[in-house]
Design a protein around this ligand. Sequence first.
Ligand SMILES: NC(=O)c1ccc[n+]([C@@H]2O[C@H](COP(=O)([O-])OP(=O)(O)OC[C@H]3O[C@@H](n4cnc5c(N)ncnc54)[C@H](OP(=O)(O)O)[C@@H]3O)[C@@H](O)[C@H]2O)c1
Length: 385
Amino acid sequence: MRSVTILGSTGSVGTQALDVVRRNPERFKVIGLSAAGTNEELLAGQIREFLPPVVGIADEEAAEEVRTHLGSIRGVDFVVGPEAAERLASEAEADIVLNALVGSSGLGPTLAALQSGKTLALANKESLVVGGELVMDLIKGEPERLLPVDSEHAALAMALRGERREDLKRVVLTGSGGPFRGWTATELAKASMKEALQHPVWSMGPKITIDSATLMNKGLEVIEAHYLFGLEYSQIHVLIHPEGLVHAIAEFRDGSMRAEMATADMRLPIQLALAWPERLPTGVASLPLTESPLTFEPVDHEAFPAVDLAYRVGGLGLTFPAVMNAANEVAVMAFLEGKISLPRIVEIVQTIVDEHEPPSVVSVVHIERADIWARRRTAEIIEAR
Ligand SMILES: NC(=O)c1ccc[n+]([C@@H]2O[C@H](COP(=O)([O-])OP(=O)(O)OC[C@H]3O[C@@H](n4cnc5c(N)ncnc54)[C@H](OP(=O)(O)O)[C@@H]3O)[C@@H](O)[C@H]2O)c1
């Protein structure tokens, strides 16, 4: 029996994680749930079903609403306010914390979970992009305290099981190409929000869905892989694989490759992280091997410059990845509000990266400063147009 805290329980990853728990009641016990508070009814339903001893809610008014929904419920304590997720990550006595928050606000809870000695199942890739060095410092000598939930990285962790690291030559992260695969840069300027939100393979939260449409998601994953697996950027490759069945490939120095294949269903990497190193029944459908070809194609870097930008930013290091991430979060929101076109997201991020003057060292404070600067400057550029 593992005790689990789920941060971001009302989101796409969070709800699927609760499904994994629901299917394996003898293996997992939920001892903490947290959300921002956008969906009070859903959160109240989760609290009623799983009865966690502690619940964190970022928004104070939403917390009141949730309490009203619940009526008189015993044995559930509430932690309320912007620091609620971080406090839960640190204070609730869980064996494992699943960080399924979205955006750079996930960094604090990631550091808190690891600093308090817990194992972290990490869906929040932004934590590693923004503060990769700080995160990896906390698990030196204990790599199994950080378990990837992102499907490509979970697939790589499986592909590398039992292999000697010195035998690994390179890895390939695959991506379906998103809803605009094959579109030219000119066509992309006319892409609508509705089209961008219709991912061909995965059903996910809005931010990562837009990141998948620009391929920024793949760029963030390249930086994530660099930190998680200690790889040089030159060892990390990206290929478009429209069927979305092969999630990652590890190639070894003898030329052999191990590809991890599965139906695109996040419950698989979630259960793998929560139960590591065991495999549990997930309800994920078997692959219909005779029904689908497997095709791979290169990224169209002209139409989708985000991947190249992420390699450049990853190589620059320091606070550049934090700045790229913050600018992207603001620009994605502006696209979702109808203020800018899809290609403008990456154009603006590129401008912010070019303007950035980094400090010579990286700490939480330096990252926060860079993040604030990038958000303010991105908003200025968007409003100026
Ligand atoms: N979705 C996928 O299939 C998938 C796959 C791979 C990786 N990921 C990564 O997993 C992370 C989560 O993605 P998602 O698609 O699940 O996002 P999502 O559906 O938008 O859910 C985000 C969750 O975080 C909560 N939240 C947001 N800000 C918060 C704050 N300040 N304090 C506390 N809770 C907060 C939200 O609460 P409310 O509901 O109250 O707003 C919600 O529960 C992202 O980093 C994404 O890149 C997702």
